[in-house]
Design a protein around this ligand. Structure first.
Ligand code: DCP
Length: 229
C-alpha cells in the first residue's frame, strides 16, 4: 500500500528502445540523489554520472558554488550558466553501454533559474539569456531522456539532512529557500504546471530512511530494465 500511495508511475518509459536509455535522478537539495545513484554503480551495464558539484567548487581555483551562495545577485547568473554547461557535458558524454543514469540534468537546471526569477534575484536580462540557453539546449542538443526519477521530499526533511551533512557552502541555505526549490520541482514534475516534462516520471517518496529507500531503488531498477527490452 505504501508503495502504491507514494510511488507513482505517470506513464510507462519508452518501450522497444534499443538505443541508449537515459535516466535522470531529480529532487530537492538533500533529497538523496547521490545515495540513490550510487546504488546503480553495481550494474556494469550502466554509465553512472554524478553531478559535477566538484567542478562548481573549483573553477580554475574559484569556488563558484560558494560565491553564488554568498552573493547570488552578483554570481547567480554566472553560476547557472556554468551549471548548464557542465550538465550539457554529462548529457552528451558518449558510452557504448545500454544505460546512462545521471544526477540532475539540463532540465532541472531550469528549476533554479525559475526560482531566481520568482524571487527576483537576477535581472530580467540575465533570466532571458539563461532561458534562451536552456531552450537552445533542449531543442538542439542531443540530450534525449527516457525516464525521470523524482525523489520527492518535504522541505523540512531535506533541511535536517542538509544541516547534518554540513556542506560548508550551504551554511546559509534556509528552510525558506528549500521550500522554494521544492515548489519549483513540484510544479514541474508533480503538478506539471510549469515547463515541459521531457520523459515519463517516476515519483518516489524520498522522505524515507536510506534502508527503506532500497526497496524503492529496486523497484526503480527493475522498471528501467523491464522497459528497455
Ligand atoms: N545547485 C544550484 N543550482 C543548480 C544545481 C545545484 O544552486 N542548478 C546547488 C544546490 C546545492 C548544490 O548545488 O547547494 C548541489 O545541489 P544538488 O541538489 O544538485 O545536489 P545534492 O548534493 O544536494 O543532492 P543530494 O543530497 O540529493 O544527493
Amino acid at each position: 500500500l505504501a508503495g502504491k500511495l507514494f510511488a507513482r508511475m505517470s506513464a510507462s518509459p519508452n518501450k522497444n528502445c534499443k538505443r541508449l536509455f537515459t535516466v535522470c535522478i531529480e529532487g530537492n537539495i538533500g533529497s538523496g540523489k547521490t545515495t540513490f545513484l550510487n546504488n546503480f554503480k553495481a550494474n556494469d551495464n550502466m554509465l553512472v554520472l554524478q553531478e559535477p558539484v566538484e567542478l562548481w567548487r573549483d573553477v580554475g581555483g574559484t569556488n563558484l558554488l560558494e560565491k553564488m551562495y554568498k552573493d547570488p545577485v552578483r554570481y547567480g547568473c554566472l553560476f547557472q550558466s556554468y551549471v548548464q554547461l557542465t550538465m550539457l557535458q554529462l548529457h552528451t558524454q558518449k558510452t557504448n553501454l545500454p544505460f546512462k543514469v545521471m544526477e540532475r540534468s539540463v532540465y532541472s537546471a531550469r528549476c533554479f533559474i525559475e526560482n531566481m526569477k520568482r524571487t527576483k534575484m537576477l535581472e530580467k536580462v540575465e533570466i532571458d539569456i539563461l532561458e534562451q540557453w536552456h531552450e537552445w539546449c533542449i531543442q538542439r542538443a542531443d540530450i534525449q531522456t527516457d525516464l525521470i526519477v523524482y525523489l520527492r521530499t518535504s522541505p523540512e526533511v531535506v533541511y535536517e539532512r542538509m544541516r547534518t551533512r554540513a556542506r560548508k557552502e550551504e551554511d546559509c541555505v534556509s528552510l525558506e529557500y528549500l521550500r522554494q526549490v521544492h515548489d519549483v520541482h513540484d510544479d514541474w514534475l508533480y503538478n506539471r504546471s510549469l515547463f515541459s516534462v521531457p520523459a515519463p516520471v517516476m515519483v518516489l517518496d524520498a522522505n524515507k530512511s536510506v534502508s527503506e529507500m532500497m526497496a524503492e531503488f529496486e523497484k526503480c531498477r527493475r522498471s528501467i530494465f523491464e522497459n528497455r527490452d
